[in-house]
Design a protein around this ligand. Structure first.
Ligand code: TUI
Length: 315
């Protein structure tokens, strides 16, 4: 299947992996790229030199294109922005902020820049600044979210910009894939389903909680701090939401979540840690290799789109 995104990135299938902090490390990124999608290293809050090592490990594992996601609240974002240039990374996605300050250096180095945005205004600003595409991410997503749903955001962004749009948030199978294309997207970004991939290094407790989760099992904390984060409901989210309701200040709330994603992903503490996942978690029922995940999504997605997009077979 060819779209402007597969052409831009030199990938087989229009499936991009989410840049999930702690989760999207070299094993997962290489597996997604080897399966024909775009694997992404999620820099999250990691130091720049750690990100450099991750990049080198993906290069050793695959000759296929891959990218790096830079979480812009990371205090080392400047250094990571330089590392991707030095290491010759071809694609950067960004999250949780405005990457305008890095656009010129990346464009000059020939890096394809794909900001994740949650509004039409931000999409337009990114296009003006030279972005090659945008990821329009709805609030169904796990982790740090905006306020619009994927269904409302994607068509409005697709109408507002000429650059290609990648849909994200609530997409985990061929139905979501086909729906995203109906809304005007030319690729999808998938996070939650890849958390349960066989190649994903998240702690078994995290995977088990995700696989068990139902449609209504996520909660959004941080609505009052301006940094809303979706994760699977547990002792931490209940405590956080209670404190928020009582009007607790930012510092008090921060204490609950400092290092809490690592606690869940690495240590497997899914009681006190932050188990980030999207609303589509209920659809993720088993652990599967990335190749199987992508093939399933493409077969089902193309069969559905076949009614409007040719044969319905993967080419
Ligand atoms: O970035 C994400 N998702 C994330 S980042 C993350 S790490 C983290 N951990 C704990 C607390 C907070 C973050 C976990 N999940 N998705 C992309 C995304 N970006 N969603 C929304 C946005 C966004 C929000 C505001 C993009 C731009 C923006 O602009 C604000 C501005 O600066 O104008």
């Amino acid at each position: 299947m060819k779209t402007r995104i597969t052409e831009l990135l030199g990938i087989e299938y229009p499936v991009i992996q989410g840049g999930m902090a702690w989760v999207a490390e070299h094993n997962l990124a290489a597996a997604v790229s080897e399966a024909g999608g775009l694997g992404i290293i999620g820099a999250g809050g990691a130091p720049a030199e750690f990100v450099r090592e991750q990049i080198r490990k993906v290069k050793e594992a695959t000759d296929r294109p891959f990218g790096v996601n830079i979480m812009l609240m990371n205090p080392e974002a400047d250094a990571i922005a330089q590392v991707v240039v030095d290491e010759g990374v071809k694609v950067v996605t960004t999250g949780a902020g405005n990457p305008s300050g890095y656009m010129e250096m990346w464009k000059r180095a020939g890096v394809k820049v794909i900001p994740v945005i949650a509004s039409v205004a931000m999409a337009k600003l990114m296009q003006r600044g030279g972005a090659d595409a945008v990821v329009a991410e709805g609030m169904e997503s796990g982790g740090h979210i905006g306020s619009l749903t994927t269904m409302a955001l994607v068509p409005q962004v697709a109408d507002a910009v000429e650059i290609p749009v990648i849909a994200a948030g609530g997409i985990a199978d061929g139905r979501g894939f086909a729906a995203a294309f109906m809304l005007g997207a030319e690729a999808v970004q998938i996070g939650t389903r890849f958390v349960a991939a066989a190649e994903s290094i998240v702690h078994e407790n995290y995977k088990a909680m995700l696989i068990k989760a139902k449609d209504i099992d996520s909660a959004v904390t941080g609505m009052t701090t301006g940094h809303p984060v979706r994760s699977i409901r547990n002792k931490m989210t209940r405590e956080y939401l209670r404190l928020e309701q009582e009007g607790a200040d930012f510092m008090e709330l921060e204490k609950l979540t400092l290092g809490s994603l690592k606690k869940a992903v690495v240590e497997g503490d899914v009681v006190n840690g932050t188990v980030m996942a999207g609303q589509i978690a209920g659809l993720v029922k088993k652990e599967q290799p990335c190749r199987e995940i992508i093939t399933e999504i493409m077969e089902q997605g193309m069969a559905l789109l076949g009614r409007t997009y040719g044969t319905g077979h993967i080419e």
